[in-house]
Design a protein. Structure first.
Length: 551
């Protein structure tokens, strides 16, 4: 049973030993892009018994797939647009993920606040939720009185609120979901490489027949019967769209200490400025405010960062609905921004009105896919494999369902099983299960990731394999020596290399994950780094919100 690291070493060794200019290997499929779309295709293709290689020019989940809102939506916006089939498919995919990956994909209660004059009204939204649940085959929406909502959200201003709707959707750690797909794809026989840049496509008389790859400072050629372009916002650079254009839209978020803004559910508001739905929700022991929806004009080659306008926009929500809390920039632990690859016919359309549907286009030997939502990765993967069958009927027959791995024996808690699947019991048997700060992440998870999850840089570990950078912010400095000692032990780093990696992480964090044009505020971190007890210990029981029939 190979880990990501073992499969990566095997693939690299097979590639780099081949002389420059010669074909290193030939695969059934080469998937370009290590985000949720590429990982979903990789997992499904490997589960069919295909010889498949995934390559990512940065780290796995480096782009949009570690910077989403973390929500596994069922597709309410599709229902509002009259797209019944898409709503049904996406909602049922949410239900499948909840059933298959407990501990990684969890149900989160949502409360929608309705004010006088808002659309939809509480009465109309109740009917919408009834249809939504029927399409999904579940029954999550519950009656909720305004008085009961006020007892749950004692610090929320209910001025002008005429009704509250209670329903549920999913929440996850998006980067860990990508890693889970990649690891299970490796268990099915696939190989995945990060920091492997595709510089070109190999063309033959029959179409695309492989890729040109930069790997470990060398240039190599990899043969493939079919190449899959799943590079998100970069997709049209490799393979121009047949029609329309890719419109990069940026969504940004703020992370705050749970103690400063304690919420027991995802609270949905219509923003006072533009009436867009915006959320305040609990995530991994902190509270998140998001998201914005703006045209991204910073260029897509570098990491996106939040702007001053977005910070003010998101904090305005707290000033309106939690005025007594007096939330300010000094409370912000971290920020993140992601770029959504949206297919558009015109930039005149308001960003929030753009469709989130995916698109697939192809030519001989090359199939490209972009757009879509986090929840729909499996549906996109199935459509891509159907397109492969059209071009290469002999490659596979009926598409078999991809399974998620489970521990064979031994005990591990639900969270470890959700995050690590087959390897959960191995981690559970390791020493040092102490949680790090307010996070749920344990020291043994860091050690496992360093040894087995293709960690190259420190930011891979602190921003994607774990979310310690987002959750601890500047307070992570308390654990600097322990983290670097573990890296030196596991990755054979020298002290000077460890110092360089810490400086690299600090630069990335201060540039892209902190408030713009300001020094990182210290007050938000002091309480977080003072003790190791997780703030979730005092979080309300969100499961109880959904188990009550009449409130």
């Amino acid at each position: 049973m190979k880990t990501l690291t073992q499969a990566s070493i095997q693939a690299r060794e097979a590639i780099v030993v081949v002389k420059a200019g010669e074909l290193a290997s030939e695969y059934d499929l080469v998937v370009i892009g290590g985000g949720i779309t590429g990982a979903g295709i990789f997992h499904l293709a490997a589960s069919q018994g295909l010889k498949v290689l995934l390559v990512e020019q940065q780290d796995f989940a480096w782009g949009t797939s570690s910077r989403s809102s973390k929500m596994v939506h069922g597709g309410l916006r599709y229902l509002a647009a009259g797209q019944w089939r898409m709503t049904r498919d996406t909602a049922r995919q949410r239900e499948a993920l909840l059933a298959e990956l407990p501990g990684l994909v969890e149900l989160m209660p949502y409360m929608m606040l309705h004010r006088q004059g808002d659309f939809p009204s509480a009465a109309l939204f109740k009917r919408v939720l009834s249809i939504y649940d029927k399409l999904a085959g579940c029954d999550y929406h519950k009656p909720l009185t305004l008085e009961k909502a006020q007892t749950w959200l004692t610090e929320l201003s209910f001025d002008g609120v005429t009704g509250v709707s209670l329903f549920a959707d999913g929440v996850t750690d998006d980067a860990r979901l990508v890693l889970r797909l990649l690891q299970d794809g490796v268990l099915a026989g696939g190989q995945a490489l990060n920091y492997a840049k595709v510089t070109g496509l190999i063309e033959s008389e029959n179409g695309i027949s492989g890729i040109e790859l930069e790997l470990d400072e060398g240039k190599h050629k990899i043969g493939a019967k079919c190449v899959i372009n799943a590079t998100g916002s970069w997709a049209s650079q490799l393979h121009p769209l047949e029609k329309g254009l890719l419109r990069p839209l940026r969504g940004s978020h703020l992370v705050l200490p749970f103690e400063r803004l304690p919420v027991s559910a995802c609270i949905t508001f219509f923003h006072p400025i533009d009436k867009r739905p915006v959320y305040i929700y609990p995530w991994q022991g902190c509270t998140v405010i998001g998201t914005t929806d703006l045209d991204h004009d910073q260029g897509i080659e570098s990491e996106p960062g939040i702007t001053r306008t977005e910070v003010d926009y998101l904090l305005q929500l707290t000033r309106n609905y939690f005025p007594d809390k007096e939330i300010g920039e000094e409370d912000v632990i971290s920020c993140w921004s992601g770029i959504r690859p949206i297919l558009s016919s015109s930039t005149d359309t308001a960003p929030s009105k753009e469709s989130r549907e995916h698109v697939i286009w192809s030519k001989p030997g090359l199939i490209s896919v972009t757009g879509g939502k986090l929840t729909g990765f499996h549906l996109m993967a199935e459509e891509v494999l159907e397109s492969i069958k059209t071009q290469f009927p002999a490659m596979m027959k009926d598409i078999k369902q991809a399974k998620f791995s489970q521990p064979v024996m031994g005990y591990a808690d639900k969270r470890l099983i959700g995050y690590f699947g087959h390897f959960a019991t191995s981690i559970s048997e390791m020493k040092n299960n102490q949680q790090i700060g307010i996070s749920r992440c344990q020291w043994r998870e860091l050690e496992w990731s360093l040894l087995n999850e293709s960690v190259v840089h420190l930011d891979d570990l602190l921003l994607r394999r774990t979310r310690l950078g987002l959750l601890l912010g500047g307070g992570i400095i308390k654990y600097r020596e322990q983290i670097l000692a573990l890296c030196c032990q596991s990755l054979n780093w020298s002290e000077s290399m460890a110092e360089q990696e810490w400086q690299r992480f600090e630069l990335i964090f201060s540039t892209y994950y902190s408030l713009p044009n300001k020094d990182k505020p210290a007050s938000a971190y002091s309480q977080l780094s003072a003790g190791s007890q997780s703030s979730t210990a005092n979080s309300p029981d969100t499961d109880n919100l959904l188990s009550t029939e009449t409130l």
